[in-house]
Design a protein around this ligand. Sequence first.
Ligand SMILES: CCC[C@@H]1OC(=O)[C@@H](C)C[C@H](C)CCCCC(=O)CCC[C@@H](CC)/C=C/C=C(\COC)CC[C@@H](O)[C@@H](O)C[C@H](O)CNC1=O
Length: 155
Amino acid sequence: MWYYLIAIGIIALDQLTKWIIVRSMAIGEQFPVIEPFLYITSHRNTGAAWGILQGQMWFFYIITVIVIGAVIYYIQQYAKTNVLIGVSLGFILGGAIGNFIDRIFRKEVVDFVDTYIGSYDFPIFNVADSALVVGVGLVFIATILDERKKGSKQT
Ligand SMILES: CCC[C@@H]1OC(=O)[C@@H](C)C[C@H](C)CCCCC(=O)CCC[C@@H](CC)/C=C/C=C(\COC)CC[C@@H](O)[C@@H](O)C[C@H](O)CNC1=O
């Protein structure tokens, strides 16, 4: 149950940061946090990662509802026995809903975390994206650990 609290916490943090950016920065405005690696840049994206599928909102609604449905199903199935799976699914749920709220009410996603890896300007992202990437990464780790545990029991 409290995995949903993780998702709610992420949604709250995501929406709060986006609200602050929308209210206090013009689109395109930038200020440095850690030169020359990290900046806050007010950005909007009507697509998904790297701006793919710009404007395909119905596609995003359908995918997001599928993602949310799958995550809730897996939380009911696995979170009781595997805490790490539960936590990672909570992250994915929070991230998916965070961007879903933007897509429904703003018809675009607010992004503001602008990182430069060397001279490469990584796509500007937000709290929800970070939660999604961390959640997906944790699911992989939890699955690998789970397989190892099963493997060691059989040997
Ligand atoms: C993170 C998933 C993207 C997020 O998916 C969502 O909402 C989900 C719930 C719904 C999507 C319609 C479905 C997933 C599409 C899969 C995808 O896209 C491949 C991702 C690979 C991943 C490998 C690591 C890259 C990650 C990149 C970025 C995030 O880096 C932290 C850059 C983000 C910036 O391009 C930013 O403008 C994006 C904008 O905020 C809208 N965000 C989305 O569409």
